[in-house]
Design a protein around this ligand. Structure first.
Ligand code: ADP
Length: 383
């Protein structure tokens, strides 16, 4: 600002006026600064109080200077019980979390901030939660820590359910795929015996596709971070002999190479998952046919006492070496494949069968001699 002074005024008077103006300007600047800072602080405070995420400011001794409304609402604590308190003492010591302690006392002193630190904790007042912690250090009359807490429990739960769903679906899909594959292998044997190359090719193609499908299912299963859980079982009463009769009849219809000889009866009603038990029987009988290409019979024996049903499926085929006898129940274990000119399965049938039998508290095992044949046994307790 330009000032004009009358020439007749003394130099000292002019100086006094100039000094006064200078002081006024300085004061004005200071005031503007204060107004700006105050406005900025008011703005920051408004943000702090408004954001939905719980925020808390700690001093260098980890005592709470202030917290926002979301913090009080989320953690069910009151201002008067919070401000001035050590963070670990808040709300029935619910923040006394070892992982947080390490974070605040060891990691933060060496770093200016940390981001997205996940804490899983049982909070006495709000229950089991997953929290993402973000912290920043800042200086204002000493060191302070701004801690932002995001509750990601719901997202975690959704993620978990998604994983479980994928895992369940893929697990459940394996079962029908295995049965389709077994029947297709049976068709292969059938067409091979008829020297029907064309249809044998069709069956081959189906099996190729089933292989891709199995790989896909397995990829899905492995992608799920949650371990695959077991099958879903629906247990009810059913007549074991009727089930056995139906399965043997169905399989016999599809094979002209082997006679399935049934010996013995259980003569009981069993409380179990009928479809799953059927799966085991189908797996064992179809394997017996598949792995005995030069034989003409499979023997199925059934016996029962007061405690359990015992089933034996005996074939006169290629047999299994001692070394491999335990491994056959492992997932994807296969001793032979199409390339070695023998059989072409997907290596899931016995793994699934063992899971089903174990679920019913039964046992499954094998006796076999290479070149002579194998007998698969399983028991099912009578409840
Ligand atoms: P897949 O038959 O689809 O390969 P399984 O889980 O049913 O899968 O069987 C695993 C492996 O155990 C087979 O690849 C085969 O080598 C062997 N196996 C199963 N049953 C018999 C059997 N009755 N005789 C000889 N080997 C068998």
């Amino acid at each position: 600002m330009k000032l004009k002074y009358k020439s007749n005024k003394s130099t000292s008077a002019r100086k006094t006026i100039l000094d006064k103006k200078n002081n006024e300007n300085k004061l004005l600047k200071k005031l503007k600064y204060i107004v700006t800072v105050t406005q900025a602080l008011a703005f920051i405070e408004a943000v702090f109080r408004t954001v939905k995420e719980p925020l808390i400011v700690l001093d260098e001794n980890l005592r709470v200077i202030m917290a926002n409304r979301s913090f009080y609402q989320k953690f069910k604590v009151y201002e008067e019980d919070t401000e001035g308190k050590l963070i670990y003492e808040l709300g029935k010591n619910q923040w006394n979390i070892p992982k947080l302690k390490v974070l605040l006392e060891s990691i933060l002193p060496k770093n200016a901030y940390f981001d997205n630190f996940e804490v899983e904790h049982d909070f006495p007042l709000i229950g089991h939660k997953f929290m993402l912690l973000n912290a920043r250090k800042f200086y204002q009359d000493g060191e302070h820590i701004l801690l932002a807490i995001e509750d990601v429990t719901e997202q975690k739960q959704i993620e978990k359910e998604k994983d479980e769903f994928a895992s369940l679906i893929s697990h459940e899909l394996k079962s029908p795929v295995t049965t389709i594959s077994l029947y297709t292998q049976l068709l292969e044997v059938y067409f091979k015996n008829l020297n029907d190359e064309k249809r044998l090719n069709y069956a081959d193609n189906i099996l190729e596709q089933l292989h891709s499908l199995t790989n896909l299912i397995n990829g899905l299963l492995n992608a799920g971070r949650i371990r695959a859980r077991g099958f879903i079982f629906h247990e009810d009463w059913f007549n074991f002999d009727e089930l056995m009769q139906r399965i043997i009849g169905d399989i016999q219809l599809g094979t002209n190479t082997h006679k399935i000889i049934k010996k013995g009866r259980a003569k009981i009603e069993l409380y179990a998952d009928k479809d799953r038990v059927a799966e085991v029987l189908i797996n064992l009988i179809l394997n017996a046919i598949k792995y005995s290409p030069n034989a003409d019979k499979v023997i199925v024996k059934v016996a029962a006492d007061k405690e359990q049903i015992t089933v034996e499926v005996q074939d006169f085929g290629i047999g299994i070496s001692k070394k491999n006898q335990n491994k056959v129940f492992e997932r994807f274990f296969q001793m032979s494949g199409k390339k070695s000119g023998t059989f072409y399965g997907i290596g899931l049938g016995l793994d699934i069968s063992a899971q089903i039998i174990h679920h019913h508290s039964g046992k499954i095992w094998i006796k076999s001699k290479e070149g002579k044949g194998s007998t698969f046994y399983f028991t099912l307790p009578i409840k």
